[in-house]
Design a protein around this ligand. Structure first.
Ligand code: ZN
Length: 342
């Protein structure tokens, strides 16, 4: 559990909320937007503590009220999420929450409804929420939290005050992972992959990374060698494994972005980074001798492939082969794409 002042790396968001609270001008509806796993929900919970705390206008994190907010047992705080096994927030859930929301607070003068992820609301659910968003009630607050605000109805978005959340610093991710029981080396490695998101860090912690790392190695090998046959064979073996390819591409993009970041930070001794220590020859070689221009091109090509697979439903094998050719600077050579199509 964290109080507002203990939230990490979201100074702008926290200051905005604290200023509004101090001036007694908290907006009736906020939209917390930003990547997954950076503290949006934790902040909403901390705000609920601050509003409902028995002792401290900032939320003490200790009293019975704060503890009940944390455990989800405070009658004036509700967090709405998809029901277990479901991926959407239904209109029934919204109606039920609204019946609760419009009643006067049980114990205090305030109540707070958190909807997260807000983009999980079905369209009827979001429409049902509109009326409540349009009629502010003194002391009643709604927070919508989302990593994909474009997934919300514009009518819902426009009724909320938006607060942006950014990614966490690498050191913060390392700290939080270590607080969760990981050793320092493991925490540093995961933080490099996580791109400032605790959700991503947890995904990588729980995933079997070996096949993804093999994929990344094969791609970089194919991108830099004189002939790409080995890489093409590796890609061939992933045929039909849509999720495997996407996970591999995501890791590739993350590693390349991290490489660029380290370069930009003036860290020329890349060989010492936990990142390069985990990978075999191709990436190590690139890490030491690659150019910023080439790596930026690789990232663009990988993004392109990811989009082609996700949005345009392209055959993953085909998309990756086209990516490889783009990385090799032969993007216009349709012969390779055709060969891959088979
Ligand atoms: Zn308290």
């Amino acid at each position: 559990m964290r109080t507002l002042s203990q939230i990490r790396d979201q100074d702008f968001a926290i200051a905005t909320l604290q200023r509004a609270m101090a001036a007694n001008k908290l907006h009736h509806a906020y939209l917390f937007e930003g990547p997954a796993g950076v503290g949006k929900r934790t902040t909403a919970q901390a705000l609920a503590m601050a509003l409902l705390c028995a002792d401290d206008a900032q939320g003490c994190g200790q009293c019975r009220n704060c503890r009940r907010v944390h455990t989800g047992n405070h009658p004036d705080f509700r967090a709405l999420a998809p029901l277990e096994g479901k991926s959407v927030i239904s209109i029934e859930q919204i109606r039920d929450a609204e019946r609760w929301f419009v009643l006067p607070p049980h114990e205090s003068a305030r109540k707070l409804l958190l909807i997260a992820p807000a983009d999980a609301m079905t369209e009827p659910a979001a429409n049902a929420l509109l009326k409540t968003l349009e009629e502010p009630r003194r002391g009643h607050y709604i927070i919508l939290s989302t990593a994909m605000s474009q997934g919300l109805l514009p009518t819902v978005r426009s009724r909320c005050q938006r607060i942006r959340f950014g990614v966490l610093a690498n050191d913060t991710v390392v700290d939080l992972l270590q607080q969760g029981g990981l050793d320092a080396a493991e925490a540093r490695w995961l933080a490099e992959l996580a791109g400032g998101s605790m959700v991503k860090a947890a995904q990588y912690r729980d995933a079997d990374l070996a096949p993804r790392l093999a994929f990344v190695s094969a791609i970089l090998d194919g991108a830099t060698r004189r002939t790409p046959e080995t890489a093409l064979m590796a890609i061939e073996s992933l045929r039909g494994d849509r999720e495997g390819v996407q996970a591999g591409l995501e890791l590739l993009i993350q590693l390349l972005a991290e490489w660029l970041w380290q370069r930009a930070a003036g860290d020329t001794d890349a060989a010492k980074q936990p990142l390069t220590q985990r990978l075999d020859a191709p990436l190590q070689q690139m890490a030491t001798s690659g150019t910023v221009r080439a790596v930026a091109q690789y990232i663009a090509a990988a993004h392109h492939a990811m989009t082609a697979i996700k949005r345009n439903n392209m055959n993953p094998q085909l998309a990756v082969e086209a990516m490889l050719m783009a990385m090799r600077g032969r993007s216009t050579d349709a012969r390779w794409v055709r060969t891959g199509a088979r």
